[in-house]
Design a protein around this ligand. Structure first.
Ligand SMILES: C[S@@+](CC[C@H](N)C(=O)[O-])C[C@H]1O[C@@H](n2cnc3c(N)ncnc32)[C@H](O)[C@@H]1O
Length: 227
């Protein structure tokens, strides 16, 4: 039996199957994302699109923190979107979930350019594990670019270092018509013990410097829409 990989929809369908009550947070929760929103001057009345949201509670935590405008969360696994919508329908009606594939060229025809912020926590990372990477990332970024309002920002949280992500994001390896100005930041992963058991973890954020080696770190790509 072959086990599907991160880049395949079958992997995620399988993963979300037995996880009825569970939620899971890749790379960090709202306490990790929040400082980056501060840095980009994020406002609480922003419209936010979450791509590849899975069963993350990020939108819920942001809602608790006062982000009460439109938060639209999409993932291509229907079962998890139904489950997340059910969690929020009564208590957080401003958050909407829908089943959509971010690499589908029809995506942008369903969504207008009203989002000041798009958050990608681990979605690009899974798309690059799949096939037809340049084509799929190109369509994905074209979709995101179209959904962003003027001067809007795409925030990508990733395990992938700039050598593996920058050329995709700044258009050199993909589609030069959908331009972003990209700035890279780095933060240290919590230790395994803290990740498993909780406890003290102070988020330390640095600007990425070329030539430096970053161990046990995640990267954040702050992509401003140009054009
Ligand atoms: C690494 S998980 C991250 C989940 C969540 N964002 C988090 O931070 O916990 C990647 C998610 O992207 C979703 N995904 C992968 N490719 C996608 C695509 N083409 N369109 C929409 N969602 C996708 C997967 O179903 C999965 O939920």
């Amino acid at each position: 039996m072959t086990i599907p990989s991160y880049g395949e929809k079958a992997y995620w369908e399988q993963r979300y199957k037995g996880a009825d009550a569970d939620t899971f947070e890749w790379y960090g929760d709202w306490s990790t994302v929040k400082p980056f929103l501060k840095r980009i001057g994020g406002k609480k009345d922003m419209n936010v699109l979450h791509i590849g949201c899975g069963n993350s509670t990020l939108a819920e935590e942001m809602h608790e923190d006062g982000y009460r405008n439109n938060q639209f969360c999409v993932d291509f696994v229907e079962s998890v979107m139904k489950k997340m919508q059910k969690r929020s329908v009564e208590s957080r009606p401003e958050i909407k979930y829908d089943t959509m594939d971010i690499t589908d060229s029809a995506f942008k025809s369903h969504i207008d350019s009203s989002f000041q912020l798009v958050i990608d926590k681990g979605c690009l990372d899974t798309v690059v594990c799949g096939t037809d990477v340049n084509e799929n990332v190109s369509t994905m970024l074209s979709n995101v670019w179209s959904c962003l309002a003027v001067n809007g920002t795409l925030l990508v949280f990733s395990y992938g270092p700039p050598e593996e992500r920058l050329a995709l994001l700044d258009g050199q390896a993909t589609n030069k018509e959908h331009l972003f100005n990209v700035k890279v930041m780095v933060f240290k992963k919590p230790s395994l013990k803290v990740a498993l058991e909780g406890g003290d973890y102070e988020l330390s954020i640095q600007n990425y410097e070329e030539g430096q080696h970053y161990e046990n770190s995640y990267f954040v790509y702050i992509c401003r829409k140009l054009g």
